[in-house]
Design a protein around this ligand. Structure first.
Ligand code: IPM
Ligand code: MG
Length: 362
């Protein structure tokens, strides 16, 4: 029997409830595909701050490093927002990405016909959207030095962050992006701000050089402001998008919302070696935490991405994705994707519906 060590990081807010659903779903597919998951839970974010006084305990990083893959639900909440930066939940997440060297973040956004009415854009605009944002995750302005809030000579404070990319950082994310595009529609759009920023000029030059090695992929470039506009104007033009950390943060939220609910979208963060990190694109939604209202589908689809990308179990991943489509087909909806005439369910109810769909598929 194939055995996998999986680190679970439930985190904060709705994290624990959606993680519970994903774990049940994974256990169900494990028995169907003769796999064995050894789950180990660890602390991150606000939960870790409350328990041990820091957002990313060394023990958590070690547990993650000692596993085949990491499943993360969500971190953060108002309770910890006023803490100094080094003690904030977000710092734990950024530390985990850096600590595991997860430089490539894959964020797919695919519109499901069942949810087309949940999109805030017109159905004819979003119908058929199927794109992938490849976001650089361990560099750029999120990590560049110098950074800080410094006093100037006049005593005024000045906040500083630095957007920097070295050629090797651009090359390794570029390769992931070209290879991702090659397996998809063969079109790669690189997004930058090369009309203003030197760091973007280097980004663009390096991608152009790389493209000679990927003759089967069509490379285009857009400035980030135009890309944001094109994503809401004519999103079907995109297949694979590659961009830096900050632009990717913003564009992936826009891309997510095209599909109607950010509660539907999974993501994978990968480095050159295992373990990868799999997490929903959405946050911890503290406003609905503990009320059985959260949509667990992005979390469950993240578990499917883990099976596909980290554990090389594509058939089991397909099985989970099919179960998600099936519950949507039968009209099951959490509040975020509810529309008239559909069957309202809470987080747990959605989990049960998934388990039933899975048992029918076995
Ligand atoms: C994301 C989030 C994070 C980011 C935050 C929580 C640090 O917005 O994963 O997109 O900015 O990367
Ligand atoms: Mg974000």
């Amino acid at each position: 029997m194939q055995q996998y060590r999986i680190t679970l990081l439930p985190g904060d807010g709705i994290g624990p409830e959606i993680m519970a659903v994903a774990v049940d779903v994974l256990k169900a597919v494990a028995s169907q595909f003769n796999l064995e998951f050894v789950f180990q839970s660890a602390l991150i974010g606000g939960a870790a701050i409350d328990a041990v006084g820091e957002p990313l305990p060394q023990e958590t990083l070690a547990t993650c490093q000692n596993s085949e893959a990491v499943l993360l639900a969500a971190i953060g909440g108002p309770k910890w927002d006023t803490l100094p930066r080094h003690l904030r939940p977000e710092t734990g997440l950024l530390g985990l990405r850096a600590g595991l060297q997860l430089f490539a973040n894959l964020r797919p956004a695919k519109i499901l016909p069942q949810l087309i009415d949940a999109s805030s854009l017109k159905p004819e605009v979003v119908s058929g959207v199927d794109l992938m944002v490849v976001r650089e995750l361990t560099g750029g302005i999120y990590f560049g030095q110098p950074r800080g809030i410094f006093a100037t000579e006049t005593g005024e404070k000045r906040g500083v962050n630095t957007m920097a990319y070295s050629e090797s950082e651009i090359e390794r994310i570029g390769r992931v992006a070209f290879e991702t595009a090659r397996k998809r529609g063969g079109k790669l759009c690189s997004v930058d701000k090369a009309n203003v920023l030197e760091v973007s000029q280097l980004w663009r030059d390096r991608l152009n050089q790389l493209s000679s090695e990927y003759a089967d992929v069509e490379l285009t470039h857009l400035y980030v402001d135009n890309a944001a506009m094109q994503l809401v104007r004519a999103p079907r033009q995109f297949d694979t998008i590659v961009t830096g950390n900050l632009f990717g943060d913003i564009l992936s939220d826009i891309a997510a919302m095209l599909t109607g609910s950010i509660g539907m979208l999974p993501s994978a963060s990968l480095g050159s070696a295992a373990p990868g990190l799999f997490e929903p694109v959405h946050g911890s939604a503290p406003d609905i935490a503990g009320q059985d209202k959260a949509n667990p589908l992005a979390m469950v689809l993240s578990a499917a991405m883990m099976l596909r990308y980290a554990l090389n179990q594509p058939v089991a991943a397909d099985r989970i994705e099919q179960a998600v489509l099936q519950v949507l087909d039968q009209g099951d909806r959490t509040p975020d994707i509810m529309s008239p005439g559909m069957n309202p369910l809470g987080c747990q109810g959605m989990g049960e519906a998934l388990l039933q769909a899975l048992s029918r598929a076995a």
